[in-house]
Ligand binder design. Structure first.
Ligand code: SF4
Ligand code: SF4
Length: 113
């Protein structure tokens, strides 16, 4: 199994998760993060750190879409281990429905570099 990042990370990206991961397996897209499923060691440390409750274990039902998305983009996006400031409008998007349909971007983020 692995942990996966889901819808509510989009446009929130608080990044509290990246500093606690012992294996540095978060990758940064333009407006969300993903977890590399082959690198995640299922420690679960990141799940309670996410203020947006966007991180879930893949044992929860109906996460197929997100598992696929994490697996697809983690190898394409840069690694992120150092927390930056969240976007200024993060709070107003927290909990907004259908963020994927409205805002998902396949573009890479800036990563640690
Ligand atoms: S803490 Fe949660 S919302 Fe923030 S970047 Fe990590 S997964 Fe996304
Ligand atoms: S469950 Fe552990 S290894 Fe997997 S992403 Fe979260 S902190 Fe990293």
């Amino acid at each position: 199994m692995t942990y996966v990042v889901t819808d509510n990370c989009i446009k929130c990206k608080y990044m509290d998760c990246v500093e606690v991961c012992p294996v540095d397996c978060f990758y940064e897209g333009d407006n969300m993060l993903v977890i590399h499923p082959d690198e995640c060691i299922d420690c679960g440390v990141c799940e309670p750190e996410c203020p947006a409750e966007a991180i879930k274990p893949d044992t929860e039902p109906a996460l197929d879409k997100w598992l696929k998305l994490n697996a697809e983009y983690a190898p394409q996006w840069p690694n992120i281990t150092i927390k930056r400031d969240a976007p200024a409008d993060a709070e107003e998007h927290d909990g907004e429905p259908e963020k994927f349909e409205k805002y998902f971007s396949a573009d890479p983020g800036q990563g640690d570099g």
